[in-house]
Design a protein around this ligand. Structure first.
Ligand SMILES: [Zn+2]
Ligand SMILES: [Zn+2]
Length: 360
């Protein structure tokens, strides 16, 4: 609920120095000087608002008459309802028109426009730069290198130790390779044991904990004072519900953790294990071969791995671009052959084609 109380403020006469004149007076009781706007502006609300409250209906009407006006001729404060100045008789409607608003600064507007134009130019330059950087362009080049690498590895079929959870281990007999093929790895469990698998969370009773809760605890007064612009002040107080907090004990489910065990088994299986490798490498298209490694018995085999690289040089600085290619493409390239290399300015070369091939 709102309650409003109105009371006169107090002001000081700047001419004779008289202090604490009631706001009701528009003239200094000591020297008779009319109150001026700066004296009204410095008006103080009463210290004891309730004690100074205006009770008389006539005085209350004065206090609520509206803001005083200042005479343009003598500067005196006058009641809102007075059409003429009490001090000099000057008319209220004789006031000069309000000062024209400050002329808008054209220099500022043009400055803003200039700045906007400059920002737009910067943005366009940035877009152009990004486009230039990401656009592919092609540079003339040629094949400057053809490299091949052949690796032969001898592998041996042999026992290896492994381990897994028992549910994933299924025993089976080994089928050994014959002449290096047709093998099936066996699985033979050697030992099993319980091993920690994971932790499980479970409800294990209840526990108390402290929580904070809000509750309504009466009300407080919130007051604001405003000047009526005529020597009086009005104070409005509102009753605001108050909220307090308190600590309460609550109960919740308690969770505990326990380890879950499972059976882990070590087992023996077989796999092709690399024993040794031999590399043969060279350039061009002649003399490509793999190293021969002799195998002995059914449990040995050789496997071959090959890599083919073509190196292209392009541009004025002779930058190079190496590509690993399948054998069929490698065989098609000739040393010194002219090419076109696609270059992305940010990421470097991205592709290569023969001048006679259509562009991608
Ligand atoms: Zn005075
Ligand atoms: Zn006047």
């Amino acid at each position: 609920m709102d309650t409003t109380v109105t009371a006169w403020g107090t002001w000081d006469c700047t001419r004779c120095g008289q202090k604490d004149i009631t706001g009701r007076d528009k003239r200094c009781p000591s020297c008779g000087d009319p109150r001026e706007q700066h004296e009204l502006d410095a008006m103080r609300p009463p210290d004891d608002f309730d004690g100074a409250a205006i009770a008389s209906p006539d005085e209350l009407a004065l206090a609520h008459d509206g803001p005083d006006w200042s005479c343009r001729y003598c500067g005196s404060n006058n009641r809102a309802s007075s059409p003429t100045c009490d001090s000099c008789g000057g008319g209220r409607d004789g006031q000069p028109p309000p000062k024209p608003a400050e002329a808008p600064a054209p220099a500022r507007a043009s400055w803003l426009t200039r700045r906007r134009r400059w920002l737009l130019g910067l943005l366009l330059a940035f877009v152009a730069l990004v486009t230039w950087c990401t656009l592919d362009h092609e540079l003339a080049g040629k094949v400057v290198g053809l490299h091949w690498t052949h690796t032969t590895t001898l592998q041996r079929w042999q026992d290896v130790d492994r381990g897994d959870w028992k549910t994933s281990v299924h025993e089976r007999a080994e089928v050994p390779p014959r002449a290096g093929r047709g093998e099936v790895a066996g699985v033979a469990i050697t030992a099993c044991r319980e091993k920690h698998h994971h932790d499980e969370s479970y409800a294990c009773g209840t526990e108390n904990y402290q929580a904070t809760e809000s509750y309504s605890c009466g009300s407080t007064q919130s007051c604001s004072t405003r000047s009526n612009g005529n020597g009086s002040f009005s104070r409005t107080c509102t009753s605001v519900p108050r909220t307090c907090t308190r600590s309460v004990t609550r109960t919740r489910t308690r969770y505990c953790s326990r380890p879950i065990y499972a059976t882990w088994c070590d087992y023996v299986t077989q796999d092709w294990v690399p024993a040794r490798s031999q590399v043969v490498s060279g350039d061009g298209h002649d003399g490509l071969r793999f190293a021969e490694i002799a195998t002995s018995g059914d449990r040995e085999r050789t496997v071959q791995d090959s890599r083919y690289t073509v190196v292209f040089a392009y541009g004025d600085d002779g930058e190079t671009y190496a590509r690993e290619l399948p054998r069929s493409e490698y065989d098609g390239w000739k040393d010194g052959e002219p090419v076109l290399v696609s270059v992305d300015r940010l990421h470097g070369p991205t592709g290569v084609r023969r001048p006679s091939d259509p562009a991608e």
